[in-house]
Ligand binder design. Structure first.
Ligand SMILES: NC(=O)c1ccc[n+]([C@@H]2O[C@H](COP(=O)([O-])OP(=O)(O)OC[C@H]3O[C@@H](n4cnc5c(N)ncnc54)[C@H](OP(=O)(O)O)[C@@H]3O)[C@@H](O)[C@H]2O)c1
Length: 309
C-alpha cells in the first residue's frame, strides 16, 4: 500500500512538474540548476563546455547538444550565462533557443546583461510567440546554493506567474517590477551600490590597518554598525582569510559597471562614483587580479598605500 502510494505520488509529481530547460552551468548556474533537481524537477541542460554538465547528468539531467535541441523539449527555458554576447550566442543563431522554442514557451534569463540586448531578444522572441522574462539575481554563489537569492523580475505578468514556483526554489525575495526592462536596470543599480560599498570598505580597511587595527576586529564592528549589510557580512570571511577565490570576479564587476555607465550615458545621468570604481577595477585587473573576486579591490588599496611591502 505504502509502495503504491509512493508510486502514485511520483506519478502525480511527474505530471505536475514538466521538464525544465537550463542553459549555463557556471558558478551560479550550477548550484541553481541543482536546486531545481533537488526540488524534483526533471532538467534538460546545455553548457558550451559540455564537460561541466557531468555532475548534473549524474543527478539525472539530460544533456542537450545544442540550445535549439533543449528548447524543442521544454516550455520553460532558464538561461544563466556570462554576458550579453553569451546570451545572444545561446539564443539567436540557427542552433539557438529561438530556433527550437515552441510557441507559448517562456525564456527566463537570469544573467546580468544589457537592457539593449534584452529588448532585441524580447522582440525576436515575441515574433515567434515566445516570452522573455528578465530575472537577474542579486546575491552570491553561497546564496545560490542556499536558494536565498534576491530575484528582480520584469516581463509579462502571465509568464511571471508561470515561472514563480520555479523562482521560489531559487530565491527568497522575488520582486516583480514591470512589463519591460525594469529588472535589468534594477540589477545594475544594485551592483553600482555593491561596487561602491566594496571600494569604500577597501579604503576604510587599509586606513584602519595602517593605524594598527586588525581586519577581523574592524569587520566585527562594521557588521554591528549602521552600515552593516548582507554584503558586509558575507564578504567578511574572504576579507579576514584573504582568500580571494572568486564568487564574482573583477572582470564580471567591470562588465556590470560598463553596462551601468553606458545606460547612464544614454539616460543623461551623471554617475561619477560608478566611474571611479570602474577605474579602480581596471587597476585591479592591470595588477593581475582580473580573475580574483572583486573584493580584491582591498588588495589594490593596500598596494596603493604601500602596505603590501
Ligand atoms: N557569481 C556571482 O556571484 C553572481 C551574482 C549575481 C549575478 N551574477 C551574474 O550571473 C551570470 C553568470 O555568472 P557566473 O558567476 O555563473 O559566471 P561564470 O561562472 O563565468 O559562468 C558563465 C556561464 O556562461 C557560459 N558562457 C560564457 N560565454 C559563453 C558563450 N559565448 N556562449 C555560450 N555560453 C557562454 C559559460 O559556459 P562555459 O562553461 O563554457 O564557460 C558558463 O556556463 C553573469 O551574468 C553574472 O553577472 C553572478
Amino acid at each position: 500500500m505504502k509502495l503504491l502510494g509512493s508510486l502514485f505520488c511520483r506519478e502525480v509529481r511527474e505530471v505536475s512538474k514538466s521538464r525544465i530547460g537550463w542553459i549555463g552551468i557556471g558558478n551560479m548556474g550550477r548550484p541553481m540548476s541543482k536546486r531545481l533537481i533537488d526540488a524534483d524537477y526533471a532538467l534538460v541542460v546545455y553548457n558550451r563546455t559540455r564537460e561541466r554538465t557531468a555532475e548534473l547528468a549524474n543527478l539525472g539531467a539530460r544533456v542537450a547538444s545544442t540550445p535549439k535541441e533543449l528548447a524543442q523539449e521544454v516550455e520553460i527555458i532558464f538561461t544563466m550565462v556570462a554576458d550579453s554576447a553569451a546570451l545572444e550566442t545561446v539564443t539567436l543563431p540557427p542552433s539557438g533557443v529561438l530556433a527550437g522554442a515552441k510557441p507559448g514557451s517562456v525564456i527566463v534569463d537570469m544573467s546580468t546583461i544589457s537592457p539593449d540586448t534584452s529588448i532585441q531578444l524580447a522582440k525576436a522572441a515575441e515574433e515567434i510567440n515566445v516570452s522573455l522574462l528578465r530575472a537577474p539575481v542579486s546575491g552570491s554563489t553561497a546564496m545560490a546554493e542556499a536558494g536565498t537569492l534576491g530575484i528582480m523580475v520584469s516581463g509579462s505578468q502571465d509568464s511571471y506567474e508561470r515561472a514563480l514556483p520555479l523562482l521560489q526554489v531559487l530565491g527568497k525575495k522575488i520582486f516583480y517590477l514591470g512589463l519591460g526592462e525594469e529588472a535589468r536596470y534594477m540589477k545594475l543599480a544594485v551592483n553600482m551600490i555593491i561596487g561602491a560599498t566594496c571600494q569604500g570598505m577597501a579604503e576604510a580597511l587599509v586606513f584602519g590597518k595602517r593605524a594598527g587595527l586588525a581586519a577581523d576586529k574592524m569587520l566585527e564592528v562594521i557588521n554591528n554598525s549602521a552600515i552593516a549589510s548582507p554584503f558586509t557580512n558575507y564578504k567578511t570571511k574572504m576579507l579576514v582569510t584573504r582568500d580571494f577565490t572568486p564568487a564574482f570576479t573583477v572582470r564580471m564587476m567591470e562588465k556590470d559597471l560598463d553596462l551601468a555607465l553606458s545606460q547612464a550615458t544614454q539616460l543623461h545621468v551623471p554617475v561619477p562614483l560608478t566611474a571611479y570604481v570602474r577605474q579602480m577595477l581596471t587597476a585591479a585587473k592591470a595588477t593581475g587580479k582580473g580573475n580574483l573576486d572583486f573584493c580584491s579591490l582591498c588588495l589594490l588599496a593596500e598596494e596603493l598605500a604601500g602596505l603590501d611591502k
